[in-house]
Design a protein around this ligand. Structure first.
Ligand SMILES: Cc1ncc(COP(=O)(O)O)c(C=O)c1O
Length: 368
């Protein structure tokens, strides 16, 4: 078991250093100063349009933009992804109570049984410890729900991709297609928790619209890499979204001044796909160079997105490597208990230095 050291002062400083390449997290680290600078810029260009308890202004502009980009009829701003998932699933289920989802999903694992406590919904987790379930596993779960002593049909299916707990691995396109096709055939609404949809699309080359088109509702995060301080968007049909602001308010999620989150996200979305594609291509070329160094390999997952495994020989001390790289303005995440090897995250901070500079830093850090 790998011990997780606390973030050192040096690591914190480097995460806040605008010149550092930070192989941690999905986006650029947001520090108070950059947040204030960006808000000031938005104010000067008249892009801060206030809302009323999350209705109107920049919030509405963001909702329309994302709905259009995803090719969905409508969208609604939510203060968190946790709430977006909760409200989407309770709407889909109506009077039914079963939801099929991945055991490794954020909804099942990281939201404290919220489905049952807040909405009386019973989660049926599939694919224990795995990134995704197959269409056959889903078929079996649907059958079980309608062949017991009490007829208890599934009210909704939820798919998370990329899967946060599984190092960002994605549900492969063909499996996603088969699962969503089955749901449509059976008349069961299917929800996509794609907090990182735009990143997934850059990683797989599949358009966000093509993904969204398979689902009845889609949630995306505004703060993972669009640079908002918080917030989420839930997209679906007009009918689905129409009165959802009542539920949002009921759960305490109609926030005054949501426009701050929305305006920052609108700004962060501009050119994001291009920047992320560039970052991915740069990372691929960089990792090829690094993998020629002795004792180190940065390995891609089979269905990976922006997270890669860092494998090192036993004669290299990981804590020392991290420390040495920090001295050279490169941050790699500390090993975590929930994954056997350190994980390297690709984000747009990779564009801050040339590949030869980064590779040289790795080479020097290993040598010393
Ligand atoms: C896949 C996934 N779904 C949902 C959430 C919840 O989002 P929020 O933190 O906005 O509630 C997260 C957050 O990490 C996530 O990674």
């Amino acid at each position: 078991m790998i011990k997780k050291p606390d973030l050192t002062d040096k690591a914190t400083d480097q995460r806040n250093n605008p010149d550092a390449v930070v192989f941690a997290g999905d986006g650029e680290p947001q520090i108070p100063q950059s947040m204030v600078t960006r808000i000031t810029g938005l104010l000067q260009s008249d892009k801060l349009q206030p809302d009323t308890y999350s209705i109107g202004g920049s919030v509405e502009m963001l909702e329309s933009r994302i709905a259009k980009e995803l090719g969905m009829e409508a969208a609604i701003w939510m203060p968190t992804g946790t709430l977006a998932n909760q409200i989407a699933l309770r709407h889909h289920c109506g009077t039914k109570s079963r939801i099929v989802l991945q055991e490794q999903s954020h909804i099942y694992h990281d939201e404290g049984d919220a489905l049952v406590k807040l909405s009386g919904l019973n989660a049926i987790p599939l694919a224990y410890g795995q990134p995704y379930f197959s269409v056959d596993e889903l078929r079996k779960a649907l059958k079980e729900a309608t062949s017991g002593r009490v007829l208890n049909p599934v009210g909704a299916v939820s798919i998370e991709s990329p899967v946060r707990r599984q190092a960002g691995q994605v549900v492969p396109w063909n499996e996603m297609l088969s699962i969503t096709n089955l749901c449509h055939e059976e008349g069961i609404p299917v929800h996509l928790d794609a907090a990182r949809l735009y990143m997934m699309s850059a990683a797989t080359g599949i358009d966000v619209k093509k993904y969204a088109n398979l689902f009845d509702s889609v949630y995306i995060s505004l703060y993972k890499y669009f640079g908002a301080p918080f917030g989420a968007i839930l997209a679906g049909t007009d009918k689905f979204i129409e009165n959802m602001f009542h539920d949002r308010r009921m759960f305490g999620g109609g926030l005054p001044s949501s426009y701050l989150s929305a305006a920052l996200a609108l700004e962060g979305m501009n050119g994001f796909s291009g920047r992320f594609n560039e970052s991915f291509n740069k990372a691929k070329a960089l990792f090829e160079i690094i993998n020629k160094l002795p004792g180190i390999e940065i390995r891609q997952f089979q269905n990976g997105s922006n997270i890669f495994e860092l494998l090192i020989n036993s004669n290299i001390n990981i804590d020392q490597l991290i420390e040495n790289l920090l001295d050279l303005d490169i941050v790699i995440p500390e090993p975590k208990n929930d994954w056997p090897v350190p994980l390297i995250h690709v984000n747009t901070t990779i564009l801050r230095k040339s590949n030869s500079e980064i590779a040289e830093a790795f080479s020097d850090a290993i040598k010393s």
